[in-house]
Design a binder for this molecule. Sequence first.
Ligand code: SF4
Length: 191
Amino acid sequence: MFSITPSHILEYLYCPRFTYFEYVLRIPEYQEKFFKVQKGREVHEAKARQNIEYLRRKEGVVAKHINQYLTNEVLRGEVDEVLELDDGTMAPLDYKFAKFEDKIYETYKTQLYCYAWLIEDNFGKRVKKGFLVYIRSQSKLVEVPIEPKHTDLVKQRVEEIREIITTNVYPKATKVKKRCLNCTYRNICTK
Ligand code: SF4
């Protein structure tokens, strides 16, 4: 059965050939940790500190569901928190063991879009935004708007990944050439 995780999508977005080498040729991807969500003691401590009363006042959160492992027909992933909001929508909240640096990385946004898709499929509620908590910036809470075009884009990427895996098509290289410099696959990757 075809089932992928947000990490697979991040790898594909970094370079489509990662998907080919790892999932068609089955060559392990030693940079895996680069795409994995860092979850450790600090995250759990921050979660324990996260105050529902604060979120309730600031963001209209009426309930939260912690560590939700969700799946749909093609995607699977664990959402740190699924929040119920007072307007009847829901929102994913994701902890990052990172500092906030005045911009939100596309990888972080993509993860939230994946979670939004999973939440809508599993809870039957609309998702219009998500939240990131930057643990190394005093657990700064940052809101990320989520529109249907964002989840549609993720769905499109999943279909592109499925195409590579099921048809064994050798995909185009990333256009960002500096990514090749330290790539695990650079010795076997034909330009
Ligand atoms: S060497 Fe460059 S094109 Fe090839 S897999 Fe690595 S990042 Fe992609």
